[in-house]
Design a protein around this ligand. Structure first.
Ligand SMILES: Cc1ncc(COP(=O)(O)O)c(C=O)c1O
Length: 416
């Protein structure tokens, strides 16, 4: 097969650059894609595990809209529920009952949840979680993990980032992942001042290996936070419903006070949720937090159907098996071409990296060669699998990876 070309993508990029600052902004922008000429930037349509770009190229998609697509694009069950609700009402002047039904479902599904609150984006609920921690404790400081991402609000970004002032991050203390001693030190040095600790359940930074919690890590963190009256916030925006239907904390065996969900909850329909226990019910209800589209009923109906279906098919187990198959196939393809591919993180959202490639140059070239052959991966971010990825998709993907490794070897010659 001849590698794909991206002429129409290039034409759309040119048009975009004239009317949209930066052409394409944020994580969809061209910045992390090297070589840029090997990637599509505009999609025409999507179905199941695939999308087709404006040049008509088909991709087996392992970015899954960066996490939301967990059961395949245009999933018939989820889309039917969405359409049925849209026939009745969506944005409205009052709430639709499906909001209560979804909250009831989540509080049944998630052991840590006695209530649920809905918004649109991940940052809406990570913000609400932090505001709730501050409201509940009357304290200012928030401890977070270095390299942990919680959205783009100023407090979530590093000082020195454009548009962020020192005061925005003055009360945020970052500690290394898996470092209970560092957390103990921060708590001792800031006695009675720490409102909350926010972290993803497993560590999924970009441009570097992902990490799982060390044995007893969460148990020790939970005990320390409880002993000091610090609100325990889990940011499950990316991992939520991939590891366990009851929240990733159930997979690892601990119990936070608040859990933030987004991404996979609605299989692509825009909705996020903060859930929590009774102890914070009064505090969260006093925090003023709302948005123009936060009551949209269509995405709520989609989320309800999506979660019911994921639970019915045991989505987390399926995703793990698919991820393990993908990882094993890719590692073999790498080895047979003389490369060492290191896999890290959870199988359903694994991070892969060619070792002995500190600048990621080879990794970027390899991901680009995969994209030019119909497998969409990025070189800097964890990938995602969905329940729509079949064994045949994985076999086809591994065959493409093999060809891509051969192309990388041909590019670098025997010097690799
Ligand atoms: C772990 C985590 N938290 C929060 C967010 C922010 O979500 P959003 O971009 O929907 O605001 C993201 C987005 O990638 C995320 O991965």
């Amino acid at each position: 097969m001849d590698p794909y070309t991206f002429d129409k993508t290039a034409a759309w990029m040119e048009r975009a650059a004239k009317v949209i600052p930066g052409g394409i902004y944020g994580h969809f922008g061209p910045a992390p894609y090297v070589p840029v000429s090997a990637y599509p930037f505009f999609s025409d349509r999507a179905e199941g595990a695939y999308f087709w770009d404006v040049d008509g190229n088909r991709f087996i998609d392992y970015m899954c809209a960066y996490g939301p697509m967990i059961q395949g694009y245009r999933n018939p069950v989820v889309d039917a529920a969405y359409r049925a609700q849209m026939e009745k009402c969506d944005a409205n002047s009052v709430c639709a009952p499906v909001m209560v039904e979804l909250a009831e479902y989540l509080t049944d599904l998630i052991p840590a949840a006695d209530w649920a609150f809905f918004a649109k984006n991940g940052a809406d609920v990570t913000n609400l979680a932090v505001m709730t921690a501050r409201a509940a404790t009357g304290r200012k400081k928030i401890v977070a993990v270095k390299g942990g991402y919680h959205g783009t609000s100023p407090w979530m970004q590093g000082s020195g980032h454009h548009g962020v002032i020192e005061e925005d991050t003055a009360n945020i203390i970052r500690i290394p992942w898996n470092d209970v001693e560092a957390l103990e030190r921060v708590v001792a040095d800031n006695l009675g001042q720490v409102a909350g600790f926010i972290s993803s359940p497993c560590h999924h930074p970009i441009f570097t290996d992902n990490e799982l919690p060390a044995p007893h890590y969460w148990e020790r963190v939970e005990a320390l936070l409880r002993a000091n009256g610090i609100v325990f916030i889990i940011d499950d925006v990316r991992a939520g419903f991939r590891l366990h239907m009851g929240g990733s904390c159930e997979h690892y065996g601990f119990r936070p006070d608040l859990i933030c969900f987004c991404k996979a909850i609605g299989n692509g329909y825009p909705i996020s949720a903060l859930v929590g226990g009774d102890a914070l019910r009064g505090d969260v209800s006093k925090v003023f937090h709302t948005g123009s589209y936060w009551y949209g009923a269509g995405p709520m109906a989609a989320a309800l159907a999506n979660l019911q279906e994921l639970r019915r098919i045991n989505g987390p187990r399926l995703l793990r098996e698919t991820g393990e198959l993908l990882a094993a196939g890719m590692v073999d393809a790498a080895r047979s071409n003389g490369f060492d591919l290191r896999i890290s993180g959870e199988p359903s959202m694994l991070y892969a990296r060619i070792t002995d490639d500190p600048t990621l140059e080879m990794q970027q070239r390899w991901c680009g060669e995969c994209a030019r052959r119909g497998v969409f991966l990025t070189s800097h971010h964890n990938w995602f699998v969905s329940t729509a990825h079949t064994r045949k998709d994985i076999e086809d993907t591994v065959a493409v990876c093999d060809e891509a490794f051969k192309a990388v070897r041909a590019f670098y010659g025997s010097g690799v």
